[in-house]
Design a protein around this ligand. Sequence first.
Ligand SMILES: O=C(O)CCC(=O)C(=O)O
Length: 290
Amino acid sequence: MPNRYTMTDDEKYYFDLRGYLIVRGALSDREVSLGNEAIDRHASGMRERPPGLGGTSSVLSTPTGRLELSGMLGWPEPDRTLFRRLLIHPVVVSRLNELCGPGFRLDHGPGLIGGNKGAEGFTLHGGGEPFSHANWYRVQNGRIRCRGITVAWQFTDCGPGDGGFAVVPGSHKSEFEAPVDLRSVENPEDLVVQPVMKAGDVLFFAETATHGTLPWKAEHQRRSVLYKYASRGAARAVGRRYTPESRYGDWVKDLTPEQHSLLYGPGYHSGASHRANLGSDGKKVWLVDG
Ligand SMILES: O=C(O)CCC(=O)C(=O)O
């Protein structure tokens, strides 16, 4: 019986091969119930996201949005207790020390992704190509170096064919871009796997794996709580102090647009904030939409 609080060589093999790993039964039945009760008490904060994540896919798109809920770490006692424990759960710390390296950090989240029967899917995204500065994956000297890992705690079962998280195993190392009709799951070529999980299981996946969501087909509500981690030197989501004004003050308004563009904080998921890159021909420097 492997020690659940160290990452085994077998787990490293599977993570490196597939880009994801499931640790079964990481939560007790009591912890699953505590989490679900806390989520139930905050159900009024759950929002149905306006549909659109499935794009134009005939497989993924439905008229019903997925459910989202966040803020668990700041919920009043006792509801936050379990979610704060999960942030630093030994099963997570042991695996992320191996996968993201010492000093790994919570980049964003946690957030619940849920769905009632009929909730839409999410176009598969990510992949080894194009290269992701935020989430790249490589192995060096026998050690996995994965900059972006999501840890998804399952609070309800995902049975065969239920939908929910889906992944193209091995795609975190792909050197070619995923075909559009694979991403839309309209022509999946048997490559898209929906891992079967039980409430209490925890899923680790490389953000650079091609992954997304299949429409939810089960009668019960899907509940997966995602913590988005990163290596210490990586920034995935932009933080609150992202704009040059928030980092340096109002004097940045006197800068040229090109100078101003370099003073943004780190991060790639910029939401509404616009990020520009610089181009140069050796004589001039200009902004390139980025
Ligand atoms: O669990 C899911 O439904 C997929 C989540 C996802 O695609 C993501 O977090 O990037």
